[in-house]
Design a protein around this ligand. Structure first.
Ligand code: C2E
Ligand code: CA
Ligand code: CA
Ligand code: CA
Length: 279
């Protein structure tokens, strides 16, 4: 009984209904993803820009949906955040990342740092810091090798609750990075108050270097500010040599991006490490 003609309302409600069913279906599948072991960590190398030498990696989660293949985090993290699934998921991610570092502590000739992304939802969880402490203890990882990445917008929206939690996290011995820096309007005054070790320059400012004069100016200013505040600075989203050169010429020594390596499965990362004499 589909009378599409002259009946926009019916069309609209069927569309909505379809969306709701689709969402429920996705949510149910995401719930199973954790228990069915469908999540996998990929690792993107962070390198010294002048030598290309790997100094660490960032863990980036992927979902192998048996129905639709590999799904990037941009498509399921928001749903995981809405449903609260992000909490158990993030614990799994951190634990996995810590175990990986422990395994490398034995096999690598040089320690590699592991960066792990946090979700804004974790800062709303009163047990968050305790959970991190438990995972560090349980895995036996050297906390100095773990870096937690927090987006600038997460910080700015929830300064009052987030700031004390950052202090507690620091006391566990991990380091802290501000991710996507430059997109969230933080003021210098706030930055000085926070126990931050690293600023990550957002890809949006890097992608048009060295042609876009505004991006050049912003990137230079961020690098300078980081230096003044005694922070390390990492540029993300580097896709070609001219970007890397602009960054090193202006005092940024560390970076990541497709020019150096895409995020890799563990196997492929370990081949790369072996090729560079680290494994
Ligand atoms: P992000 O933390 O800013 O991660 C960097 C994203 O940029 C990654 O996308 C990476 O694949 C991509 N990328 C790296 N280099 C380049 C480049 O040279 N060019 C371009 N165009 N892109 C590059 P991915 O893996 O799809 O992750 C997207 C976002 O999802 C991440 O952004 C992060 O916010 C979130 N995410 C990823 N893994 C996790 C996780 O384990 N937990 C949480 N809470 N969020 C995660
Ligand atoms: Ca990140
Ligand atoms: Ca980022
Ligand atoms: Ca970004």
């Amino acid at each position: 009984a589909k009378k599409a003609k002259g009946c926009g309302y019916q069309f609209f409600s069927e569309e909505l209904n379809h969306q709701a069913v689709d969402r429920l279906h996705k949510e149910m599948k995401l719930r199973n993803a954790l228990t069915d072991n469908e999540l996998e960590l990929y690792y993107q190398p962070k390198v010294h820009l002048d030598t290309g030498k790997v100094m660490g990696v960032e863990a980036l989660v992927r979902w192998h949906d048996p129905e639709n293949g590999m799904i990037p985090p941009g498509e399921f993290i928001p749903l995981a955040e809405e449903t609260g699934l992000i909490l158990p998921m993030s614990e799994w991610i951190l634990e996995q990342a810590c175990y990986q570092v422990v395994s490398w502590q034995q096999s690598l000739s040089m320690p590699l740092k592991m960066a792990v992304n946090l979700s804004v939802r974790q800062f709303q969880d009163p047990l968050f810091v305790q959970n991190v402490a438990d995972i560090l203890r349980k895995t036996g990882v050297n906390p100095a090798l773990i870096e937690l990445e927090i987006t600038e917008s997460m910080l700015m929206e929830n300064m009052d609750t987030v700031l004390p939690m950052l202090d507690e996290l620091k006391q566990l011995g991990v380091s802290l990075a501000i991710d996507d820096f430059g997109t969230g309007y933080s003021s210098l005054a706030y930055l000085k108050k926070m126990p931050i070790d690293v600023l990550k320059v957002d890809r949006a400012f890097v992608q048009d270097l060295p042609h876009d004069q505004n991006d050049c100016a912003i990137t230079r200013a961020v690098i300078l500010m980081a230096q003044q505040l005694g922070l390390n600075v990492v540029a993300e989203g580097i896709e070609d040599l001219t970007q890397a050169e602009f960054l090193t010429d202006n005092g940024c020594q560390l970076g990541q991006g497709f020019y150096f390596s895409r995020p890799l499965r563990l196997d492929d990362l370990e081949s790369l490490l072996a090729d560079s004499g680290l494994l």
